[in-house]
Design a protein around this ligand. Structure first.
Ligand SMILES: NC(=O)c1ccc[n+]([C@@H]2O[C@H](COP(=O)([O-])OP(=O)(O)OC[C@H]3O[C@@H](n4cnc5c(N)ncnc54)[C@H](O)[C@@H]3O)[C@@H](O)[C@H]2O)c1
Length: 445
């Protein structure tokens, strides 16, 4: 089948590359000329494990290409995916759908014969219907359900594991309003059908809501365990053991029960907020999700206080080593990363920051410019530091030697916001170690 992928970001590029790997002929479109120029030179503009090879193989096979010109891709396409960004709208937190509708208008102008238009972007309930209306108004000669269909096919991939998530998903959700849309989607995802991946066909509104409900539920799970961590700290309990103890219950499940600095990333913060706003608009407020949004915002801000406490109450003149800047490992994505809350607060309190991240430095520079020092390695960042803070649990931070910490740092104080070390071992090694929701053990002299 011929596929046009509008938006070549984390979702569009991965989806486009995977669809071409399934054997479809895919043209990825993006307005960002620099991004397309880099892709056309074989350069991948984002960090995503495995993506470079996948893109190269499919470009070589002639199934995958890139353009800034939507009219190169849409007229001949059987299916056009909208995978543009839907960030939070400034001021009110609703999803900003301007990119989606402008893409829909451009698509409408280029339609030639029957085409399935699919929103892969995360969009609020009712957006598919509005996209359909946009196309209908722009093209009175095109009848919905006959000359074109609009379907919803939200994406559940995780950055860092995006290719395997796309190719081996837990499920595919597809919202359709007519038979032809369903047939076309089945054909697009046929390789996964053959693998017996569950495909949930539903109506468009349900499909749109499933995506928000899934993200809100996962964000709630994280927030729940974060609150348990706070309680553990007060009562001398261990949150990792609490998570294990509840997670072994099949009704609860072990995933998304890692206490930490609060969720960030390109999806959970904006999607929880957008769900809250939609629910308020329809007079069916999601009180649980409202609380989750509020608790998580406050939590990220509270993390700087933990660092302050660990260095004795004042950050003035202290050198703080930051290990990890991205919102999670295996991505260069900085969107809503906890580091964006924590670092400015440390700076405002008079600390100087030496930061390291294995792949996120280029993105981080866009946010922190010259307010912090960028280090080539974790060891470089640790040199002379009064405290080290692990914000992102990159593998290379999991085996820092206590001796190196003691030798390199001015004081061996480690604030581990991801619980990747054992408090007993750290104390034994003489590290003043502070973690989340686990009892503090004073270091052996
Ligand atoms: N990133 C994730 O992990 C993830 C996971 C699941 C769902 N989603 C959802 O997928 C959507 C895309 O997210 P993303 O992270 O890939 O965004 P992104 O910001 O990385 O990419 C969006 C791309 O769309 C391009 N674009 C915008 N308007 C365009 C237009 N009219 N024509 C052509 N290109 C246009 C932008 O230049 C940009 O390159 C969002 O709705 C997001 O919520 C993201």
């Amino acid at each position: 089948m011929k596929v046009a992928m509008i938006g070549t970001g984390y979702v569009g590029l991965v989806s486009g590359a995977c669809f071409s790997d399934f054997g479809h002929e895919v043209i990825c479109v993006d307005k960002d000329e620099d991004k397309i120029a880099r892709l056309n030179q074989g350069e991948i503009p984002i960090y995503e494990p495995g993506l470079e090879d996948l893109v190269a193989e499919n470009v070589k096979a002639g199934r995958l290409s890139f353009t800034t010109n939507l009219t190169d891709a849409v007229p001949d396409a059987d299916a056009v995916f909208i995978a543009v960004g839907t960030p939070s709208r400034r001021g009110d937190g609703f999803a900003d759908l301007s990119y989606v509708f402008s893409a829909a208008e451009e698509i409408a102008a280029s339609l030639k014969d029957y085409t399935l238009v699919v929103t892969k972007s995360t969009v609020p309930v009712g957006t598919g219907a509005e996209v359909e209306e946009t196309i209908r108004l722009a093209r009175p000669d095109f009848k919905p359900g006959v000359d074109f269909s609009v379907a919803s096919n939200p994406e559940f991939l995780r950055e860092g594991a995006a290719i395997s998530d796309f190719k081996r998903p837990d499920r595919i959700v597809a919202g359709v309003e007519d038979e032809r849309a369903q047939t076309t989607l089945k054909e697009l995802y046929r390789p996964l059908f053959l693998n017996e991946t569950p495909i949930v066909f539903t109506n468009r509104a349900t499909s749109e809501l499933i995506k928000y409900a899934a993200n809100a539920f996962l964000a709630t799970k994280i927030t729940f365990i974060n609150e348990m961590a706070d309680l553990c700290e007060k009562v001398g309990a261990n949150v990792q053991e609490v998570a294990k103890g509840i997670g072994l219950d099949g009704r609860i499940g072990a995933k998304f029960l890692h206490a930490g600095p609060g969720y960030g990333g390109s999806c959970f913060p904006k999607d929880t907020l957008a769900l809250v706003r939609t629910a308020q608009q329809f007079d069916a407020p999601t009180k649980i999700v409202e609380a989750v949004v509020d608790i998580n915002d406050n939590r990220k801000k509270a993390m700087a206080g933990r660092v302050k406490q660990a260095v004795g109450g004042s950050l003035k003149g202290k050198k703080i080593a930051i290990l990890g800047l991205t919102f999670k490992p295996h991505t260069d994505d900085m969107r809503d990363s906890p580091s964006l809350d924590i670092i400015p607060m440390l700076l405002a309190d008079g600390a100087s920051i030496c930061a390291h991240d294995p792949v996120g430095m280029e993105e981080a520079r866009k946010h922190f410019t010259d307010s912090i020092t960028y280090c080539d390695s974790a060891h470089d960042a640790l040199k002379g530091a009064d405290c080290a803070v692990i914000i992102t649990e990159w593998d290379e931070y999991r085996a820092l030697s206590s001796d190196r910490l003691k030798n390199l740092m001015a004081k061996p104080v480690l604030v581990d916001l991801r619980n990747i070390y054992a408090p007993e071992l750290m104390a034994e090694d003489g590290i003043d170690y502070h973690s989340i929701g686990r009892p503090y053990i004073a270091p052996k002299a």
